[in-house]
Design a protein around this ligand. Structure first.
Ligand SMILES: Cc1ncc(COP(=O)(O)O)c(C=O)c1O
Length: 459
C-alpha cells in the first residue's frame, strides 16, 4: 500500500544534515577557474583574501571535498528556523486537476522571509571567527540584506548594505527591517564610493542593478580596515551553504518513498536552485537517477536562456574577478521588474557549467504570468509567495498542466524560496492591471555582449 503522505513533513532536529554537500566534487568537468582581473590568470586563494573572509575564500576554491562539516554554532542557529517543511501541495493539485504529485520545500518560514539566511549565518560566523570588525554587501530585493542584517546582528558585526535603488524605493519597509537589526542602508548607485559616482555621472537617473551595488560594496570593503565583502548568491560557497535545502528535501522524500521526476527552482544568481538540486544532481552525475532539472528565470533578465557562456565581471564597475558564466554582460541594466532578486546579469559558474553540459534545462517566463501563478498558488496553499519564488511556481504549474494533458502522475518538487509580504507594490500592480512585461530585444542584448571583456587566447 502506498504510504500516506502528510501535508507537511518536518524532519526532526536530530535528522538535520550536519554537513553541506559540495557539488563540484562530483562534477565530471569543473567550472572554468575564476580569473584575477589584473593579471587575467587564474586567481589564487590568497588573492581573494583582501575581499573575502579566508575560510569562505577557501570554500570558494575547494572543488574536491565532497562533504564539509557545518560548524556546531551554525547548526544551532539553523535550529531556530530549520528544518524547513516539505509540503505536499494537495490543494494546488486539486485546483489544477492534475494527476501530478507536487511537493515544495518552503524556505520562507523565518523572519528574513527567505532561504538567504542559510548562507548569511554561515558567512557572518566565519567573519566573526576571523576577527573581522565589519562587513559590506549588496541587496536587490532586500531578502539577502535582511538575512545578513539578522546574522550580523546576532554576531554583533556592523554591516553596510548597498541596496539597489529601485528596490530601495519600491520597498521602504524592507529597509526598516534591516535597520531594526542595526544595518546601515545606502541606495545604490550612491555618491559614497568612486564607482557609484562614476555610474551616476553616466546615468544620473539609473535605478541601479545588483552589478552596481556589488561594485560599491566591494570598494567599501577593500577601503575599510578589517572589513570584508560578502555576497548572497552566485558564488560556489553560497551554493555550498544552500545545499542544506536539497539535502533536507531528499531525506524527507526518502521517508515518503518518493523521488522527484522534475526539480524546479527560480534562478537569479543560482543559490537556491543550486542548493535545492545539489543531491539530485549528484544522483544524475553518478548515474543513479535522471530527474529533469529546470531553472526558471524572468524573461526580462534571461541570462541562461539568451545569455552568452563567457568570462565576465560579476559587477558593473569591473572590479571583481572574472567568472565564466552565462551572462548578459556586466553593463546590462535589467528593466525595473518586480523580482529584484532575479535582476542579475550573470549566473552561478557551477550552474552555468551544468547547463552548458546539458545536465539541466532553463525557461524564461513573463512577469504577468508569474504573478498569475503567484495569486493562484496563494489562494490554494495560503502562502503569499515572493515574486522570485513565484517563477518556480509558474514552472511547476506548467509542468503539472502538461501531466494533466498526458495523464502522467509525475512527481514534481519545487523550491518556494520566500514570502512576498514586502512585495505588495508588485501585487498591487498585478491586481490593478498596470503591470507590464518587458522583454529585451536581440539588439538590447547585443549591446551587453559587445562589451564582454576581451581576454587574449580565451575570448
Ligand atoms: C525569495 C528569493 N528567491 C530567490 C532569489 C534568487 O536568488 P538565488 O538565485 O541566488 O536563489 C532571491 C534573491 O534575492 C530571493 O529573495
Amino acid at each position: 500500500m502506498p504510504k500516506k503522505v502528510p501535508h507537511r513533513l518536518y524532519l526532526t532536529e536530530d535528522q538535520m544534515p550536519k554537513q553541506w554537500y559540495n557539488l563540484r566534487a562530483d562534477m565530471k568537468e569543473q567550472p572554468a577557474p575564476i580569473l584575477n582581473p589584473g593579471t587575467l590568470q587564474p586567481a589564487t586563494v590568497e588573492e581573494l583574501y583582501p575581499v573575502f573572509c579566508e575560510k569562505l575564500a577557501q570554500q570558494e576554491m575547494d572543488s574536491t571535498t565532497r562533504y564539509i562539516d557545518i560548524p556546531e554554532e551554525i547548526q544551532d542557529f539553523y535550529k531556530m528556523y530549520r528544518p524547513s517543511p516539505l509540503i505536499r501541495a494537495y490543494n494546488l493539485e486539486k485546483a489544477l486537476g492534475t494527476p501530478a504529485k507536487i511537493y515544495y520545500k518552503f524556505e520562507g518560514n523565518n523572519t528574513s522571509g527567505s532561504h538567504k539566511l542559510n548562507s548569511a549565518i554561515a558567512q557572518a560566523y566565519y567573519a566573526k571567527e576571523q576577527g573581522l570588525t565589519s562587513l559590506t554587501t549588496e541587496t536587490g530585493a532586500g531578502q539577502w540584506g535582511t538575512a545578513l542584517s539578522e546574522a550580523c546582528s546576532y554576531y554583533k558585526l556592523p554591516l553596510t548594505v548597498y541596496m539597489v535603488k529601485v528596490s530601495y524605493e519600491q520597498k521602504p519597509f524592507r529597509k526598516s527591517v534591516m535597520q531594526t537589526f542595526d544595518a546601515e542602508i545606502i541606495p545604490s548607485p550612491s555618491n559614497t564610493t568612486k564607482v557609484g559616482q562614476m555610474i551616476l555621472s553616466q546615468d544620473p537617473n539609473t535605478g541601479g542593478s545588483l552589478g552596481c551595488a556589488i561594485s560599491e560594496a566591494v570598494e567599501k570593503a577593500v577601503t575599510t580596515e578589517n572589513c570584508r565583502y560578502v555576497l548572497g548568491s552566485v558564488l560556489n560557497q553560497v551554493l555550498l551553504h544552500q545545499s542544506i535545502i536539497g539535502l533536507e528535501s531528499k531525506m524527507a522524500m526518502e521517508i515518503l518513498d518518493e523521488y522527484p521526476d522534475i526539480v524546479i527552482g527560480c534562478a537569479g544568481g543560482g543559490s537556491n536552485l543550486g542548493g535545492l538540486i545539489a543531491p539530485f544532481m549528484q544522483d544524475k552525475l553518478l548515474g543513479k537517477a535522471n530527474p529533469r532539472i529546470i531553472a526558471v528565470e524572468p524573461a526580462s533578465c534571461p541570462s541562461l536562456t539568451r545569455g552568452r557562456y563567457a568570462y565576465d565581471f560579476c559587477d558593473t564597475g569591473r572590479v571583481t574577478p572574472l567568472a565564466k558564466m552565462y551572462t548578459l554582460g556586466c553593463d546590462f541594466m535589467p528593466s525595473a521588474n518586480h523580482a529584484g532578486g532575479l535582476r542579475y546579469h550573470g549566473m552561478s559558474p557551477i550552474l552555468s557549467k551544468l547547463y552548458h553540459d546539458g545536465y539541466m534545462e532553463a525557461i524564461a517566463v513573463e512577469q504577468t504570468k508569474v504573478f498569475e501563478a503567484a495569486v493562484f498558488f496563494a489562494k490554494q496553499e495560503t502562502i503569499l509567495p515572493a515574486p522570485e519564488s513565484a517563477h518556480a511556481i509558474r514552472g511547476a504549474i506548467d509542468e503539472a498542466l502538461k501531466c494533466k494533458e498526458t495523464g502522467e502522475a509525475k512527481t514534481i518538487l519545487f523550491g518556494l524560496t520566500g514570502t512576498g509580504y514586502f512585495d505588495m507594490t508588485a501585487y498591487n500592480a498585478y491586481l490593478n492591471g498596470t503591470m507590464t512585461d518587458y522583454i529585451p530585444t536581440d539588439e538590447d542584448l547585443q549591446k551587453g555582449f559587445e562589451r564582454l571583456p576581451k581576454i587574449p587566447g580565451i575570448q
